[in-house]
Design a protein. Structure first.
Length: 157
């Protein structure tokens, strides 16, 4: 009993009915639910996830000077988005990764000398870059950054 009134129990079959409609028919107030707002920022929603980068490849690229690693991150991102190991590296993509054009050109040359990429150049067009797999004999050990032909050989003296 509630407040001196007997409680009546009514059996309601909800197996084939919408719960909210049933509550409304019985006069039971139902809270209206607003659609949830996403906590993710629009940039995260529109930016695709890119697969992982091979560790041995990244370790070799990280040992190169200047912004070669930045250039390699841009290349792997483009490869993940396009699902191809051959991509076109444009100035726009370099800028998105914080790399100026001339610095990107030098970084790409360093990656090419380290045999991490194969580059096809065609005049003033953006280069087509193919990400190369690491040979098994190089993946286990560390790699020295490539030296230019003009630097003296210290070990020879």
């Amino acid at each position: 009993m509630v407040d001196g009134q007997p409680i009546t129990v009514e059996k309601v079959d909800l197996s084939h009915r919408d719960f909210v409609d049933t509550c409304r028919q019985l006069g039971i107030p139902t809270p209206t639910r607003q659609p949830r707002k996403s906590t993710r920022s629009p940039a995260n929603v529109q930016t695709p996830y890119v697969r992982t980068i091979p560790l041995a490849w990244t370790m070799q690229a990280s040992q190169l000077p200047e912004k070669a690693l930045h250039v390699s991150m841009a290349l792997w991102y483009l490869a993940g988005v396009t699902k191809s190991t051959t991509v076109t590296l444009t100035r726009v993509w370099l800028q998105r990764f914080g790399v100026q054009h001339e610095t990107g050109r030098r970084g790409l040359l360093l990656l090419e000398e380290a045999e991490l990429v194969c580059v096809q150049r065609s005049g003033k067009q953006s280069p087509r870059v193919t990400l190369m797999p690491i040979p098994q004999d190089r993946s286990a050990g560390s790699v020295e950054p490539p030296t230019s032909a003009s630097s003296p050989d210290v070990s020879a003296s």
